[in-house]
Write a protein that binds this ligand. Structure first.
Ligand SMILES: Cc1cc2nc3c(=O)[nH]c(=O)nc-3n(C[C@H](O)[C@H](O)[C@H](O)COP(=O)(O)OP(=O)(O)OC[C@H]3O[C@@H](n4cnc5c(N)ncnc54)[C@H](O)[C@@H]3O)c2cc1C
Length: 559
């Protein structure tokens, strides 16, 4: 067993955990983040990627709306390479309450959101694909944010300052010593070994899994999972974020994201046991497509690429456990105060948009527990990739032989880091994924700098396999590169290829008709027919994994 000692251990590599790791590193605390899967593999990678202006919350929750607009402005500065400043519109259809736009404008004013009512012809000029029947339009500073880049940039920055990040490492329980959590016990899936991390403070940033983890220290959290599904359509049906101007409901947002558009979302309470086996239901897809089409009629003519879902952890932290006092806002729990369990902090709820603020709250509490005065600087320190804010035109000029489109795509994804990714050497800009213009240089860079260990991790860092072909023409190339340059054995590279195709299949299956069906047949023909992948065995497991129950027994022995 490996033993690590640190000031802070953070469980969960979503946006919140990644933000806490960076904040700790900036304040000079030694910190280790442990993530059971990959960065942004949980809810952080399963949302719309909408950088809220706060407009969506302005009528019902002024506090949340004000948090959103403040963080929206900060992230546009410090994470500019993860943000696309699309702008946003709230639009009313003939059947919507005509009184709602005034309520929205009043709410925005109260929360400090610069919202402006515009004429419908102006709205149609901004977004020509909009339904021509709209009655009202309000312009807000919504934007989009790429959660994968955001998490990777936070972790990269933290690692550059001495922070550690262990991905594919599952925390199986807290180390409990009397009335104190003294760290965590984790299982390294890739290395097949136990790790014990002793820490002065443990931060639980494991999202919806927080309840399961807290139970290993005998703590109950009133946490209720609410599933939201989304569909991805093949191209950008719009260039701004479109919100339906009515109280939040299913199918009322269309968000452009890189080369595609997303329609979201639904909201369904699900039993806690179901969080490991999430599925998108047919009725959700029907609602999303029908309502999406009302906002942008072209939706009906556009191929649906895939469907996916995420889980909101709704927490009744300080209310009764019947769910009436559930919070969708930021929840910070000092378990010393709430449960008499020292050394443990839970940070959850909130939004992707407010991840930095959540990390600040959690790290302020960590600093208090460590008895160190160290102010938070994350609102002013830009993330790697957003330091120099090199404009695309200037980036393109920096390379003589590389096609402009390739520099543009790389710059869009990695900002200033483009200088470290591409060079005039043709080996750096050969295309691995044509749909998203991912180059060998980008693959190599993410393997070396961004904790990429398999093809699915690579997809999250680069968008490889996320375009129209959904991996059909690039996944095997990625497997080959991992085998040739990253020390992955041939057997494991084939296992990874299988894992990647199965993961793509999960998202395609719910929308398998028309062009998606034809594309899937084509992929199946390549991978199962031509390469014989279906007959390959799954990669060998390194060792038996411990269960949560096992650790609970050990906890009793510890006490
Ligand atoms: C459908 C939907 C749409 C949304 N849309 C938006 C949006 O457009 N804009 C916005 O601002 N917000 C949005 N949100 C909210 C936002 O996605 C979440 O608030 C945010 O991503 C939560 O991040 P997190 O880091 O707290 O949790 P998570 O991202 O869930 O991170 C928790 C991490 O902990 C890891 N973990 C769990 N257990 C363990 C363990 N035992 N050991 C190690 N690691 C573990 C998980 O693998 C996971 O990576 C949306 C949410 C949903 C559900």
């Amino acid at each position: 067993m490996e033993r690590i000692e640190t000031d802070v251990v953070i469980v969960g590599g979503g946006a919140t955990g990644a933000g806490v790791l960076r904040d700790c590193a900036l304040r000079g605390f030694s910190a280790v983040l442990v993530e059971k899967d990959d960065l942004a593999a949980g809810t952080s990678g399963r949302n719309h990627g909408l950088l809220h202006s706060g407009g969506r919350y302005a009528v019902k929750d002024t506090e949340a709306a004000a948090e959103c607009i403040a963080e929206n402005r900060i992230l546009k500065r410090i994470a500019s390479h993860c943000v696309e400043e699309t702008g946003g519109l709230f639009v009313s259809l003939p059947e919507d309450d005509p009184g709602y736009p005034d309520k929205l404008l009043a709410g925005c004013k109260k929360a400090g959101i610069p919202a402006k009512r515009i004429g419908t012809s102006e709205a149609l000029r901004i977004e020509p694909n909009l339904n021509g029947d709209i009655r009202f339009a309000v312009k807000v500073p919504d934007a989009t944010i790429d959660p994968f880049r955001l998490c990777a940039a936070n972790v990269m920055d933290a690692m550059g300052r001495g922070g550690r990040c262990l991905t594919h490492c599952e925390v199986s329980g807290f180390l409990v010593e009397g009335a104190r959590v003294a760290g965590v016990r984790a299982w390294d899936r890739r290395g097949g070994r136990d790790i014990e991390i002793r820490a002065r403070v443990t931060v639980n940033a494991s999202g919806i899994h927080g309840l399961k983890l807290c139970r290993t220290a005998g703590i109950e959290l009133p946490m209720y999972p609410s599933k939201g599904s989304m569909v991805i359509i093949d191209y950008r049906v719009g260039n701004v974020v479109i919100n339906r101007c009515r109280p939040a409901s299913d199918g009322d947002i269309i968000v452009p994201g890189d080369t595609v558009s997303l329609i979201g979302t639904t909201s369904k309470k699900i039993p806690y046991e179901d969080i490991e086996n999430l599925t998108v239901d047919d009725d959700e897809i029907e609602v999303l497509l029908a309502d999406g089409e009302k906002l942008i009629p072209n939706v009906s003519k556009t191929r649906v690429l895939r469907a996916y879902c995420g889980v909101r952890p709704l927490v009744g932290a300080f209310g009764p456990a019947d769910g009436r006092e559930i919070s969708r806002g930021i929840v910070l729990i000092d378990h010393a105060e709430r449960d008499g369990m020292a050394g443990l902090v839970t940070i959850t709820g909130g939004k992707l948009t407010t991840y930095r603020l959540m990390a600040q709250y959690a790290t302020d509490l960590v600093a208090k527990k460590l008895q160190v005065e160290a102010p938070c600087t994350t609102s002013t320190q830009p993330l790697p990739g957003s330091e120099l804010k090199i404009p695309e035109k200037k980036a393109v000029k920096g390379f003589s032989g590389v096609p402009r489109s390739v520099v543009g795509a790389t710059h869009f994804r990695h900002g200033d880091e483009v200088k470290r990714i591409l060079s005039d050497d043709p080996d750096s800009y050969g295309l691995v994924c044509e749909c998203e213009m991912v180059t060998t240089g980008e693959v190599d860079y993410t393997i070396k700098n961004q904790l990429v260990t398999d093809i699915i991790d690579l997809r999250r860092r680069t968008r490889l396999g996320m375009g129209p072909c959904q991996g059909a023409l690039c996944a095997y190339r990625a497997a080959g590169i991992l085998n040739e340059t990253a020390g992955v054995s041939g057997e494991n590279a084939i296992g990874m290829l299988k894992g990647f195709m199965e993961e793509r299949w999960k998202g395609i299956k719910p929308v398998l008709w028309g062009d998606a069906l034809r594309e899937m047949e084509f992929s199946h023909w390549i991978y199962a027919g031509l390469f014989g992948l279906a007959d390959e065995p799954a990669p060998p497991k390194s060792a038996e994994e411990p269960t949560f129950d096992l650790i609970r027994l050990e906890k009793v022995e510890d006490e």
